[in-house]
Write a protein that binds this ligand. Structure first.
Ligand code: COI
Length: 354
């Protein structure tokens, strides 16, 4: 059991909040005043502390830097009309982080370390939670191996941290994506389902090539045949084909997205037909050609519900119906946003007050 009284707090001398234009917040460039840190040493979590956000000394030989023994999460906080801080499904992020930790030979993070650290951080930086439409507090928990050892082996010591950033939209326009036919993000037996830093590092080059050709991101396909749709660079992908919500089924290679799951639960509540199954590139492209793909969107914490404007495949761009015609994704975006801001009933129990 962790003693939460043991979180030591060092407050920032001068808050930077006055420098932030809350009407115009870029994604991920400004961090709130404080950060939470806890260290895992000799088999136990110690030294829980909140300190001013900023650079910190680290040994240059740690495996978090050299070998990607590093995992992270992303969740979001909001303010309700009574100015209370609400966080969306934090226990699900905590559980997923521990699955990633398992895969990466890292220690389990006790619920108290995660939740009490988050609570203490939000208590201090509550004013940083934006209230403006389309904005939120992005919460980034992460952990990395900290042994001072250049050899390869699982680290014995680790650091868990939480930083937060007030953010606006991740994608400020509907997204253009390209179906990836050459490069691979994840393979069966690999780390694709984990939120491991290396998964993202390895995806930068194909994403850059796609961006050089005018797309925002790729849609990953399976590593063996490139015949099956998997997920997009920063989000899961979901499609409304005819009247059915379809998304690739989870497995080793796909991140178990919390927004993805929330969308599926809402769709089922509304009586919509949903299918989590293998979706071939062929089925998708044929659907795009004949117009049965009515909607396509990305679902993720950072991206929220990101409408997909067009999908590129084999040097051909397929445009989807206009955004205003997209009944399901517009409705699900609005409903999720209202739940997160405490504006409508949270019948799933997704919101935690902090
Ligand atoms: C998130 O949606 O929280 C993510 O981790 C995506 C990220 C790479 C910005």
């Amino acid at each position: 059991m962790v003693d939460t009284q043991k979180i030591s707090i060092e407050r920032i001398a001068n808050s930077r909040i006055g420098e932030v234009d809350f009407e115009n917040i870029p994604f991920g460039r400004i961090c709130s005043d404080h950060m939470y840190v806890a260290d895992f040493k000799n088999g136990e979590w110690t030294d829980q502390r909140i300190i001013p956000y900023g650079p910190m000394p680290l040994s240059p030989s740690i495996p978090g830097i050299h070998y990607g023994q590093s995992i992270f999460e992303g969740l979001k906080g909001y303010k309700d009309p009574s100015d209370r801080a609400l966080v969306f499904r934090p226990a699900d992020n905590w559980k997923r982080m521990n699955k990633s930790a398992d895969r990466m030979c890292m220690p389990q993070i006790p619920r108290e370390i995660f939740m009490d650290g988050l609570q203490a951080l939000i208590n201090l930086d509550r004013k940083w939670i934006p209230k403006t439409e389309g904005s939120s507090l992005y919460i980034r928990p992460f952990m990395f191996g900290t042994d001072e050892y250049v050899g390869i082996r699982p680290s014995d010591s680790h650091r868990f941290m939480i930083i937060t950033c007030p953010v606006g939209a991740y994608y400020s326009t509907p997204v253009k994506v390209k179906i990836e036919q050459k490069y691979t993000r994840a393979i069966e037996g690999g780390t694709g389902y984990a939120k491991a830093g290396g998964n993202y590092g390895g995806s930068l080059y194909p994403a850059k090539l796609a961006q050089d050709s005018g797309y925002h991101q790729v849609i990953w396909t399976d590593g063996k045949t490139h015949e099956f749709i998997e997920e997009s660079g920063t989000m899961n992908v979901m499609f409304v084909i005819n009247d059915t919500l379809i998304t690739p089924e989870l497995g080793d290679t796909i991140l178990n997205g919390i927004t993805r799951d929330s969308v599926l639960q809402l769709a089922r509540k509304w009586g919509m037909k949903t299918e989590e199954r293998k979706l071939t590139v062929k089925e998708l492209v044929e659907g795009l050609k004949k117009g049965s793909v009515k909607e396509a969107f990305g679902a993720g914490t950072a991206a929220t519900i990101a409408h997909i404007e067009l999908i590129g495949y084999d040097d051909e761009d397929y445009y989807l119906p206009s955004i205003t015609e997209r009944k399901f994704s517009n409705r699900v975006y609005k409903e999720l946003d209202a739940i997160k801001r405490g504006l409508t009933e949270d019948s799933f129990g997704w919101i935690q007050k902090f």
